[in-house]
Design a protein around this ligand. Structure first.
Ligand code: DSN
Length: 488
């Protein structure tokens, strides 16, 4: 990989290729179709323009760390305090992951066990409930844990735990399912209200957030997004949380790499402002698939109870890979990479704007560009499928107050982390914008039997798939994925 700190020397790349070949032979001896699909996945990833904002390419070091016997170890508990014997090496890797996370993000406490982003958010929710609701109740009844409460006292506590409020960003404004959306457990655990964005500008309106917080008085104010193309002022969000005695939880899953790489600093860095910060480790942070929770000292003891509160045995092989990825992210090369992610997003946005396309908020200042495809006469679903036909991998996404709803949508979300890892820069992202606009301009909705434009089916002009694929191949060949890694 061009931009990875683990870019390999020719000799190491050759030996890594041999190692993967041998590994695939071992796998093929048991289930050849899995070995085949694994080879095919590498070929597919190499041959497509990966623009999904939440995806990336982890380094060979990170990938290799995940494929070991750490996978075989149970280690419920915490570092040095496990419910299974023989966890000394798991202790080592979990402690390293937590140490790198604390150092990298300047956090007081880090918890590396969550298996995913939703797990990290569940740990955060329950730790806030435990700290803010359960602990005062135990203190009031002068007991140490819930088992010592009388049935009546427990009923009262259970009622209190189940009657808390969460205020988060609405899904169509760019928030995440786990920020209180009804079909997700967060929307069932909490009475939920959401804040949106300004209908004119598409930007977060802090006065409206404050107004909603004053009226709703949430226990948890959630900040963070998965489809909002702008930065957030976390100092302002903390001020709002403090005013209503809420706990500020920031889900930085999408932009953790920009925080790690010091692109987001001061008020844009959530860590000094939030009580609890959650993230995944595989998006812009470019690590293994997994989650992480950062917290102030005050919340550390309750976060530390993530297992057994909501987690089972930690994935030790993934915690080891988190340690490797976080070590990579502490290098200067990662800061350069993070800056390029943001610069490239601007190049992509400018490329769209200069060709007359419409962007939510009119641009970007993070890693996301949200294209409103209604001006092409398409739904997000049609645009996503047409782009995929042409080898451009994206995902459809709602735009604020989306007329097409959450299934068909009116937007396409683009992200720059993955192709930036491959070494794409300004010119390549401008060319990507040109290719996308060409595909979308060459796509026409089919007509339904009722005579209305279909929201799902479409036709593509002849030749557009071939010319896009040829142009993409030219870009991708110049920036190979895992250069030197050649499987036989
Ligand atoms: N699925 C992730 C994304 O695409 O943003 C968030 O969970």
């Amino acid at each position: 990989m061009t931009d990875s700190p683990s870019s390999q020397s020719a000799d190491l790349a050759r030996r890594t290729s041999e190692a993967y070949d041998a590994a695939l032979e071992v796998i093929a001896a048991v289930e050849p179709r899995v070995a085949e699909a694994t080879r095919a996945e590498l070929a597919d990833q190499r041959a497509s323009l990966k623009l999904i904002a939440s995806e990336n390419y982890a380094s060979p070091a990170v990938l290799l760390t995940m494929g070991t016997w750490f996978s075989d170890k149970y280690a419920e508990g915490t570092i040095g305090h496990r419910f299974y014997a023989g966890c000394q090496n798991v202790d080592t890797v979990e402690a390293l992951a937590a140490e790198h996370a604390r150092e990298l993000f300047g956090a007081e406490y880090a918890y590396a066990q969550p298996h995913s982003g939703i797990d990290a958010n569940l740990v955060a929710f329950w730790s806030i409930l435990a700290h803010r609701v359960e602990s005062p109740a135990l203190e009031k009844h002068a007991v140490k844990n819930v088992n010592e409460l009388t049935e009546a006292d427990w009923e009262e506590l259970r009622h209190d735990l189940g009657n808390q409020r969460m205020l988060g960003m609405s899904l169509d404004a760019g928030g995440h399912l786990t920020h209180g959306f009804r079909p997700n457990i967060s929307g069932k655990m909490f009475h939920q209200r959401s804040y949106g964005t300004d209908p004119e500008t598409g930007l977060l309106d802090y006065d409206r957030v404050r107004e909603a917080a004053r009226e709703f008085r949430p226990l948890i104010l959630v900040a963070g997004y998965s489809a909002y193309p702008r930065r957030i002022d976390f100092a302002k969000m903390r001020e709002i949380a403090d005013e209503v005695d809420a706990t500020l939880m920031v889900d930085m899953a999408h932009f953790a790499g920009l925080v790690a790489g010091k692109v987001f600093t001061g008020n844009e860095d959530p860590v000094p402002h939030a009580h609890v910060v959650t993230t995944t480790t595989h998006k812009s942070l470019r690590g293994p698939r997994g989650g992480l929770v950062l917290a102030t000292e005050e919340f550390a003891p309750s976060v530390d109870r993530g297992c057994p509160m909501v987690l089972g045995g930690p994935l030790s092989h993934v915690m080891a890979a988190k340690a490797v990825a976080l070590a990579e992210a502490r290098q200067q090369s990662f800061r350069d990479y993070a800056q390029r992610i943001a610069d490239n997003a601007k190049s992509l946005a400018d490329g769209f704007l200069s060709r007359g396309a419409k962007l939510v908020t009119g641009g970007t200042d993070n890693h996301i560009v949200l294209l409103d495809v209604t001006s092409f006469g398409l739904t997000g679903r049609q645009a996503e499928s047409a782009l995929l036909d042409a080898g451009v991998v994206t995902n459809r996404n709602s735009v604020p107050s989306d007329p097409n709803g959450a299934w068909y949508t009116s937007g396409i979300r683009f992200g720059t982390p993955a192709l930036t890892t491959r070494g794409f820069g300004h010119d390549e992202f401008d060319r990507v914008a040109e290719l996308v606009v060409d595909v979308l301009s060459s796509t026409t909705p089919k007509t339904t039997s009722a005579g209305a434009p279909s929201k799902a089916t479409y036709t593509l002009e002849d030749g557009v798939v071939e010319r896009t694929r040829a142009a993409s191949a030219e870009l991708l060949d110049k920036h190979p994925l895992y250069p030197g890694l050649e499987l036989t």
